[in-house]
Design a protein around this ligand. Structure first.
Ligand code: SF4
Length: 327
């Protein structure tokens, strides 16, 4: 059996003229966490929805463990459903208000005709830090943080190999975001599932992700081990995102100068020619407007970047300091 939990090859998802995802290649090893990062509108949630097959991709392939699920019908997908789950951003919208928490959490097992569902529901609720009595309650009686714990309990009850967590904390109060993030990290370590963690906030993944993939306007611009992306980011967009992410040290935070990208994300209907980032890139040159940069490996751990100004050894500009950096 493959050591990969997920293999996405040249994924394309177009909605009519909107090129939401345009050639994304991504792999997640069994038991590891990959963060997919980018601004809203970059297409990262669409990638997540293609992986759990809420959407049928326009092109490319999605393989879960060893199975190509890209174009399976609903019926054909059924045996694969237990291998992958998703947690959405807004727990209020994703939990059916007519059902009890117990029915919601147990639903995946009922669809699999499993026995002993109520015992499993109690176990699953305990695992996410809720008392088993919560099973009798209705989702609207719970706080936002508790509801997201219910979503996580439901997602993990079938013991999936892969969890897609789509901005799982961004709709929650700041005060509970950290506890839900810590819960996900603990569960991932204890249960060993692979995870695609989708977020607009790079700082949220610094302690959770093994690898980071950075998405801009439907494409990946940089990916690699967490230590490389945080330590020696090579793409100007990654550098700009990092410069804007808050850091815990107040002195360091005060000394920071975020790189301002100016304009909003361009439209995915008519993306810029050449490098899609050229309209906002502080160091763009003429070539960037006409030639599409290829993604190339520039360093250890398969660190890849798509930028004309970064050479094969990883040397290139850092827009945070305005200087050239060797990586
Ligand atoms: Fe900027 Fe050009 Fe690199 Fe794109 S290819 S990130 S526009 S320098």
């Amino acid at each position: 059996m493959s050591t990969l939990a997920l293999e996405v090859e040249d994924l394309v998802m177009h909605f009519g003229p909107v090129r939401a995802v345009d050639g994304v290649t991504l792999r997640i090893r069994q038991g590891s966490v990959v963060a997919l990062v980018g601004e809203s509108g970059s297409g990262k949630s669409t990638v997540g929805r293609c992986i759990v097959r809420l959407l049928e991709p326009t092109g490319g392939t999605v393989r879960l463990a060893d199975a190509d699920i890209t174009h399976l019908t609903r019926r054909q997908l059924r045996p694969h459903r237990r291998n992958v789950s998703i947690v959405f951003q807004d727990p209020a919208g994703s939990l059916d208000p007519r059902l009890s928490v117990g029915d919601i959490v147990g639903e995946p097992l009922r669809l699999m005709h499993r026995k002993d569902i109520s015992t499993k529901v109690s176990e699953s609720l305990r695992r996410v830090g809720l008392r088993p009595e919560v099973a009798q309650r209705s989702p609207h009686e719970l706080s936002g943080g508790q509801r997201q714990r219910v979503s996580i309990a439901r997602a993990l009850i079938s013991e999936p190999r892969l969890l897609v967590a789509d901005e799982p904390t961004s709709a929650l109060d700041v005060s509970v975001q950290a506890s839900v993030l810590n819960l996900l990290a603990d569960l991932q370590r204890d249960l060993g599932f692979a995870c695609l963690f989708i977020t607009h906030d790079l700082s949220a993944v610094e302690y959770l992700a093994d690898e980071v993939a950075v998405m801009y306007l439907g494409q990946l611009v940089e990916q690699g081990p967490r230590s490389r992306i945080f330590g020696v980011p090579a793409h100007p967009y990654t550098q700009a995102l990092l410069s804007a992410a808050p850091v815990p040290d107040p002195a360091e935070q005060r000394a920071r100068k975020p790189v301002l990208l100016g304009d909003d994300l361009p439209s995915a209907i008519d993306p810029p020619s050449g490098c899609r980032f050229h309209t906002r890139c502080p160091v763009a040159v003429d070539t960037c407007r006409t030639v599409i940069p290829e993604s190339r490996v520039i360093g250890e751990g398969g660190h890849q970047v798509a930028c004309h100004l970064v050479d094969d050894n990883g040397t290139g500009p850092d827009v945070r300091t305005g200087e050239g950096v060797a990586r």
